[in-house]
Write a protein that binds this ligand. Structure first.
Ligand code: 5GP
Length: 241
């Protein structure tokens, strides 16, 4: 499979065409950003770690019956994925309060949410990813009602699988963001699942082991991602070519 022209460069990943029109290369870069691109840095090994982390999680989700775009690892920082028609909303589930919900609702960090909450955000950096609801999604035609229901169902299904997986590694899955796309009439999980897009705390100490280390200037960002990977038994060795 040959890598073709660059299709899109995000803040931490780039997307390239392949010689198969139905497949794309995802390239995980060492770049990291926060606050809609206002804070940026290069963190050595992050691309490799996130590529491996994402592959591991996507495979676990597939095994649990959740359709994902992931096909296979290509190299240390590249993966092959199915080409989706992306839906421009982000789906966020929270098991514990942290981040924007604390700012928006004036609640403390660390409150257990049982049942968990679900929120939609519009993917738009210029507007700082505003929260939207199902009426906005319907009115602006971003997704059909059926697609909205399926995204919610799959996002909660991911919670069931990953909360357990992380709990076995002594980690709390605080919250996470998913993005979906359309593929052959089906809603399929796209984008990535890495510590860049979720919050993970040590279950005992509640030490932050995710991108909040970068957002909050706590240091040891990639080291924390590597610790999570090690606890999950993810092999961070050289990827197959
Ligand atoms: P919050 O709404 O608290 O900022 O984010 C909730 C969860 O979704 C966090 O785990 C956060 O990392 C993730 N998230 C929300 N928006 C984005 C985004 O634009 N990019 C990434 N990588 N993660 C996001």
């Amino acid at each position: 499979m040959e890598k073709g022209a660059e299709l899109y460069a995000g803040k931490a990943k780039s997307v390239y065409l392949s010689d198969d029109p139905g497949r794309l290369f995802l390239v995980f870069r060492d770049d990291t950003s926060a606050f809609d691109g206002e804070k940026v840095a290069q963190l050595a090994r992050k691309g490799m770690v996130n590529n491996r982390f994402n592959a591991f999680i996507m495979q676990k989700l597939e095994e649990a019956g959740i359709p994902t775009h992931f096909e296979r690892l290509i190299s240390d920082n590249e993966s092959l994925v199915k080409r989706l028609q992306m839906i421009t909303v982000e789906c966020v589930v929270r098991n514990i309060t942290a981040g924007s919900i604390c700012r928006r609702l004036g609640v403390e960090e660390g409150i257990d949410l049982d049942p968990p909450t679900f929120e939609f955000f519009l993917k738009n950096d210029a507007l700082h990813d505003p929260m939207v609801n199902e009426y906005h999604i319907r009115a602006f035609g971003w997704a059909t009602d059926q697609e909205v229901e399926r995204m919610k169902e799959l996002t909660f299904a991911v919670n069931g699988v990953l909360k357990d997986l992380f709990a076995k590694a002594g980690l709390l899955l605080v919250d996470y963001k998913l993005e979906f796309g359309r593929h052959g009439g089906e809603i399929v999980l796209g984008d990535e699942f890495t510590p860049d897009g979720c919050r993970l705390w040590d279950a005992e100490t509640r030490k932050k082991l995710d991108k909040d280390r970068f957002r909050q200037g706590l240091g040891g960002v990639v080291e924390a991602y590597e610790e999570v990977a090690a606890r999950l038994g993810i092999d961070l060795g050289t990827a197959a070519t």
